[in-house]
Write a protein that binds this ligand. Sequence first.
Ligand code: AHR
Length: 527
Amino acid sequence: MPMLYKILSLLCLPVFAIAQTPHARIKIDLDRTVGTIDKNIYGNFVEHLGRCVYGGIYDPGSPLSDEKGYRKDVQAAVRKLNPTVVRYPGGNFVSNYNWLDGVGPKSERVPRLELAWGTLETNQFGTNEFMEFARSVGTEPYLSVNMGTGTIEEARRWVEYCNVKEGPYYAELRKKHGYPEPWNVKYWSLGNEMDGPWQMGHLNAEDYSKKALEAAKLMERTSPGIKLIAAGSSNYRAGADPDHWNRTVLNELKDVIDYIAIHMYVGNPDSNYYNFLATPIVLEQRIKLIKGMIAEAMQTANRGSKDPIYIAWDEYNVWYRARGGEAGRGKRALEERYNLEDALVVAEFLNAFIRNADVVKMANMAQLVNVIAPIFTSEKGMFRQTIYFPLELFANNVYGQSLDVFVESGVYSTDKFSLGMGESTTRQKKVPYLDVSASYKDGEVFLCVVNRNKDEAITTDIQSQNGAFSGDIQVTEVNGPGIKVSNDFDKEVVQSVAKPAVRAKGNTLTYSFPPHSFTLIKAKILK
Ligand code: AHR
């Protein structure tokens, strides 16, 4: 503990009075592992919503698209983002979607009223188009079935269509549609946010659990070995009871599901930077809560050789500007434009997933293109939003064992504040200025650090407990001239910048993290 901090603490001065610790400390111990980082935490999400599909990944007739209609510039940006798994087709959209509308000859596909987001769904893009897109960008598909207006038999037929090689009707139908080989989709979710009254065909916890249990049975028998994700509740607004939903679902489905899905969106409606930068702490509190519920359910589960149930955080992002009214419905719905502070929050979300790598085994940024998204298009081109860069850095670097890292930095307290989704949180006390995760793979440590301090750099001693740092240490930073700066077409102000390599002195690397920055440090340790 730095001397000034010690003296002030002894004098019992309030924490905010010593908010800016001049020197911070991070200790890395390669023996203190949390769990293996699952590559699927770098997932993404494509919903039939606004311009995510049409005008986003798929734009037939555009000079920027290939002969099948896929936007080539978008595909290239998606590949670099390295999304390990992509969820489709919703979201709220799926609760009134019949997958059969989106397969077969395009000229025979019928348009439908889209009731979740208030548009006309042409169905020109459906299952096979999505699978081809997933293949083209090298990602694993993850499908969500309709547990709202759909039946369990419809869900089962979709599994047959995608995963059974030949024989039964829907497998043969796929072949007739020009796809002789099955897609072998591994991840299937049993509906989306079925706890929410906004969901078409919304159910209570008991009814959802019964329906999902029977759907799971049919789907698993059709394609043994698929991974099933139950819809958890993420509705922490006043009056809702997410704990009842999550306990019920875990208890009723504990023998058959592989994951429980949780979502979180945060925002900065009051334009209070420090409160906003503390929102990922609330996400981490919820991870701990659900982890406890899973542990409780596991005590009486009969799962054979299956792994325990994990968390699929299959929607997360900053979302508060493009909500409600015009911005929340129709062709240009949810077109959130991001700034630097949003990118820092996303980096913190990813840090939280790493720190909880033992239980968070999938996470999906919502969504991939145009709709609360890292990639933004027009008819003429695209640009990468600020939130693209932390995700790209994590997804291309941070794997291996998550480490239980020790951090000592200055702290601040927030007010009781709104999370931007009609939810509010209690006062967060002792929010550390440095938000850190660490991981280790093949002799290299990956340290991900957000400096929440808006005005001060934080000089930090990074100490290895196992051996000396060796050679050049690579540093990459996401930052910008101010917390409100954002990117635009031909103007990517915020991006990842490689900084000059640094060297450690034996076991200690001293580094100064600039204000409002995200830094990835890659260092070799001689064990
Ligand atoms: O991602 C936007 C929407 O947010 C999804 O459709 C829904 O699942 C969530 O409420």
